[in-house]
Design a protein around this ligand. Sequence first.
Ligand SMILES: Cc1ncc(COP(=O)(O)O)c(C=O)c1O
Length: 363
Amino acid sequence: MRPFNFSAGPAALPEEVLQTAAAEMLDWHGSGMSVMEMSHRGREFASIFEAAEHSLRTLLAVPSNFRILFMQGGGLAENAIVPMNLSRGGLVDFVVTGSWSKKSLKEAGRYCDASAAGSNEGNRHTDVPAPATWALRSGLSYVHVCTNETIDGVEMQTLPDLAALGCDAPLVIDCSSHILSRSIDWSRVGLAFAGAQKNIGPAGLTLVFVREDLLGHALSICPSAFDYRVVAENNSMFNTPPTYAIYIAGLVFDWVQRQGGVAEMERRAITKAELLYGYLDNNGGFYANRVAKPARSRMNVPFFLSDESLNDAFLAGAREAGLLQLKGHKSVGGMRASIYNAMPLQGVQALVNHMQDFARRHG
Ligand SMILES: Cc1ncc(COP(=O)(O)O)c(C=O)c1O
């Protein structure tokens, strides 16, 4: 059995997907080629691409007035690409809920008048400011939120309803680290983006879901390869897309479908998160998670040992027990267990067993 891998990203992939990729590595479906060796414009890759897009659209019930773009650059590039396409150089509000939305705000400031309408910085990124408290300006080009803060372990359980807040600007969501773990209410979204390397596949692929009416407003400085209209008009083939990453993503989409779709991923995510948070809240104070309960992420669970001098011993014991990459992000410290779709319940149980055993020996 392979070890359980708790990496925040690039993250564990379903073993079945890796096995299929290995079996097809030298010769994809009798084509005589590895997927890596195919022209992105040839019929073989075209069939891989179309199937992947179709599966993704089905899994997330993406409405027909949204385009799905397969891009490169990752979440950090989108921090610039979104304002270059959507801001029109005007006003954009952000809600800061952790490290990633903070970075998005800073980068957008290079292209537009970017400001924080709400922030949990005073609470050290441990909750989500209630939407009713957001000080949204009028005349906004869009509002940006990160719906799952990978580093801080803070998740928005529902998408904000901007219209109910009296704001008619489109909502932009960075859903990189919880995409495909829950459904998306597209009626509240103008644009969603996600780097692939957590719940979808290898690094190098970035998915952008954009409502059609938002295309065609890029600033003149926007590179053509990052102009959503250009990318959409060329069916994500204006430049060479990350073909191998798209192929793996397609295998992951099929795997999710076979498991029972996004609803089943959500059911499993709730079960796994309940198991881990349940233990974190009831262990006699040896371990703790600091995030307010309603804002806790089902995907990324940071936790701390009350005696931080035991951190290295905890991690070494975890490695021996076949539990990998549990070290917390350097900006937060402690531990972080990322329990994405590919993490089975047994992996979370094995982690809890190790935590119990370690606490017994060191408590
Ligand atoms: C929520 C979120 N947004 C953005 C990023 C940045 O992605 P990238 O490193 O692919 O640019 C990450 C990376 O972990 C992330 O978790």
